[in-house]
Design a protein around this ligand. Structure first.
Ligand code: TYM
Length: 327
C-alpha cells in the first residue's frame, strides 16, 4: 500500500518553489490516494529558529489555507497542524535517543542554518523530528523538493536501525519529486528560492508586486543590447517559463532568445501571462477562504483527529517494541 506524508514549515509566505516543488505533487497524490495522503503544517519545526508566537499562529493558518487554495481538498486527504498531534514529539524524542550525534551534525541544512542563527538544540534534532513525522504514519512516499533529500536519507537510516534493533516496524521511505521543479531558483538569480533568503515570489503575492520583481530580475548577461542573442538555458526567466508557460510559448521563447527575436522585457511580459493564469485562481480561492476562516480551522481540527488515530496506533507498537509502558 502506498502511503504519502509531507510537511511544510510555517516560517514565511508560501512561495512558488513550495508550490511547484511540493504542493502540486500533494494535490496529485491526494487525488490518487485519498486518506492515504497525509500533509502537515510543521509548526514544531518552525520553532527551531527564534520566532514570534502571534506570527507563528497566523502563518500556520495561512499555510493550511494556501494548500487548500492550491487544490488540496481536506475532505479527501488528511491535512493538519503538527502540534495538534503530540505523538510527533514523542517519537521524535525516541529517535533522538537512537541517532548518533555525528549523523545530525553532518546535515547540510543544519550547517547552513546554524551559521545564520544562534544554535538551539532543537535545530540539531530537526531531522529526528522529521523522521518521526514520516514514520509515525508508516509512510513510504515523501513528495519534496531536492533540498530535503538528505533528511529523507537519514529517515531511511533511522527506520533501518530501529527495525534491526527492535523488530520490523517501519518502511524505508523514498522521496519523490516534481522533476520540472527540483530546485526552483530565487528571483535574485542567486540560487534556490528560499523563505530565509528573501528571494521569493509568493503564491499569494500581488501580481503587480511579482512583476516589479521580475522586471529587474537578472537575465543572460550576454544580452547587453536587444539585438544580442542569448542562451535561454542559463536564464532564470526561462526557468520560470518552464513552470508557468504552455509548451508553444516555451518553444517560442527558447528560439526567440537564442536568435534575438524577442527582447528580455517582452519575454518577461509573456511570462507574466502564465503567472497570472496560474496564480490568480489560487488567489481568488484564498480570498474566499479568508472570508470563511472556520472552513480552514474545522479542516485542521478534523485532519488532526484522523491523524491522531494512526499516530496513536503506531506509538503503541513503538512503546511495546522499546519496552516502555503502554498506558
Ligand atoms: P519547507 O517548509 O522548507 O518547504 C516545503 C516544501 O517545499 C519544497 N521547496 C522547494 N522545492 C523546489 N524548489 C525550491 N526552491 C523549494 N523550496 C522549498 C521543500 O523541498 C519541501 O518539500 N523540512 C521540511 C519540512 C518537513 C517535512 C517533514 C517534509 C518537516 N517534516 C516530513 C517532508 C516530510 C522543510 O523545511 O520544508
Amino acid at each position: 500500500m502506498k502511503r504519502v506524508f509531507s510537511g511544510i514549515q510555517p516560517t514565511g509566505e508560501i512561495h512558488i518553489g513550495n508550490y511547484f516543488g511540493a504542493i502540486l505533487n500533494y494535490v496529485k497524490l491526494g487525488e490518487e490516494l485519498g486518506k492515504n495522503s497525509i500533509y502537515c503544517i510543521v509548526d514544531y519545526h518552525a520553532i527551531t529558529i527564534p520566532h514570534e508566537p502571534e506570527l507563528l499562529r497566523k502563518r500556520t493558518f495561512d499555510a493550511a489555507l494556501v494548500n487548500m487554495a492550491a487544490g488540496l481538498d481536506p475532505s479527501k486527504v488528511i491535512l493538519f497542524a503538527q502540534s495538534d498531534v503530540r505523538e510527533h514529539t514523542e517519537l521524535g524524542w525516541i529517535f533522538s535517543t537512537q541517532t548518533p550525534l555525528g549523523d545530525l551534525e553532518r546535515m547540510t541544512q543544519f550547517k547552513d542554518k546554524s551559521s545564520q542563527h544562534s544554535v538551539l538544540a532543537g535545530l540539531l534534532m530537526y531531522p529526528t523530528l522529521m523522521a518521526a513525522d514520516i514514520l509515525l504514519y508508516k509512510a513510504n512516499t515523501v513528495p519534496v523538493g531536492e533540498d530535503q533529500v538528505q533528511h529523507i536519507e537519514l529517515t531511511r537510516e533511522i527506520a533501518r536501525r530501529f527495525n534491526n534493533r527492535f523488530g520490523e516496524l517501519f518502511p524505508e521511505p523514498l522521496a519523490v519529486h516534481n522533476k520540472d521543479a527540483l530546485r526552483v531558483p530565487g528571483v535574485d538569480g542567486q540560487g534556490k528560492m528560499s523563505k530565509s533568503k528573501g528571494n521569493t515570489l509568493g503564491v499569494l503575492e500581488e501580481i503587480d508586486s511579482i512583476w516589479q520583481k521580475l522586471r529587474v530580475a537578472p537575465t543572460d548577461p550576454a544580452r547587453v543590447r536587444r539585438t544580442d542573442p542569448g542562451n535561454p538555458h542559463i536564464c532564470l526567466i526561462f526557468d520560470y517559463h518552464k513552470l508557468f508557460s504552455d509548451l508553444d510559448t516555451i518553444q517560442m521563447v527558447e528560439v526567440g532568445c537564442s536568435t534575438a527575436g524577442i527582447g528580455c522585457i517582452d519575454c518577461k511580459k509573456t511570462l507574466m501571462k502564465g503567472v497570472e493564469r496560474t496564480l490568480v485562481p489560487i488567489q481568488q480561492r484564498a480570498q474566499e477562504l479568508y472570508s470563511t476562516p472556520d472552513i480552514v480551522k474545522d479542516a485542521l481540527h478534523e485532519g488532526a483527529r484522523e491523524a491522531r488515530q494512526i499516530a496513536q496506533q503506531t506509538m503503541q507498537e513503538v512503546r511495546d517494541a522499546l519496552g516502555l509502558l503502554n498506558p
